[in-house]
Ligand binder design. Structure first.
Ligand SMILES: [Zn+2]
Length: 258
């Protein structure tokens, strides 16, 4: 059953002690005001220089713990976030990723170590968020073996099961009004444009009652394998997303060569 009216989940990516302090802090009052229960995608041991936007915040891990107590769901967002593998991903949106194409035992080691780091900071990571949508069947198997059964990705309009995991779809990178379906809006605080910070409160005010959480979704729906029609929809939506990624890559190659 496709939810109607639409429901929304907010997800924040690339959180680590060096996330852009000024940008990330601007989202916190919104989370509090609208009592949101977002997914917080945390990099356990960041070694990606693109995510080093501010000096390390000594209160970062305390803040994550407080937000988890407040209802946020902590996601394991890769391990080092070094996207050096060129292996094919199930979704095929980016050329490089951290996990897709890496052998299963290494992936499992990284997942095991990543979970241990987050748990060592007093967090309870329950869901997987792949850096650059990059994961493959080995990732799914490694996650299962490490006891993670939830994943935030995919382009269907309903939560579903596949490869032994429950997928909470993630399709949007900015607030967009939808008539029906479950939509996860993914925000990257490091690169969030000021126009997003202007639009988000307006969208939240208008659709406050439609914001939900992963736990509520799991309570209210019984995710199952996708039926034929929704699988077709998913294929089409994924194809559109792949085409727009190709356009974006071409644009950025042109601007870099200029
Ligand atoms: Zn990331």
């Amino acid at each position: 059953m496709i939810p109607e009216p639409a429901q929304y989940i907010l997800r924040f990516d690339d959180l680590c002690p060096t996330v852009s302090y000024s940008r990330w802090q601007q989202f916190l009052p919104l989370i509090e005001k609208f009592k949101l229960q977002p997914i917080l995608a945390v990099v356990p041991d960041n070694q990606d220089r693109h995510l080093q936007a501010s000096p390390p915040d000594p209160d970062f891990w305390i803040q994550m713990r407080q937000m988890e107590l407040g209802g946020a769901m902590i996601a394991l967002h890769g391990y080092n976030h070094r996207c050096e593998s060129r292996g094919p991903s199930l979704l095929g949106l980016h050329h490089g990723s951290e996990f897709a194409g890496v052998d299963e035992s290494t992936q499992r080691e990284w997942i095991h170590e990543g979970l241990a780091i987050l748990r060592g900071h007093g967090l309870n990571p329950r869901i997987w968020v792949a850096p650059r949508h990059g994961f493959d069947l080995n990732t799914l198997s490694a996650l299962r073996k490490e006891g993670i059964s939830l994943l935030s990705d995919g382009f269907a309009r309903v939560p579903f099961t596949r490869g032994g995991l429950t997928w909470i779809p993630q399709q949007l990178s900015a607030p967009v009004e939808k008539s029906r379906g479950l939509w996860t809006i993914c925000i990257h605080p490091n690169t969030a444009h000021s126009s997003l910070l202007n639009r988000l409160p307006i969208f939240l005010r208008k659709h406050e009652a439609q914001f939900t959480s992963v736990d509520r979704v799991l309570d209210e729906y019984s995710p199952a394998e996708l039926g034929g029609m929704e699988r077709l929809y998913e294929k089409f939506a994924l194809w559109r997303a792949q085409a727009s990624h190709v356009r974006r890559r071409k644009r950025s190659r042109r601007s870099h060569s200029g």
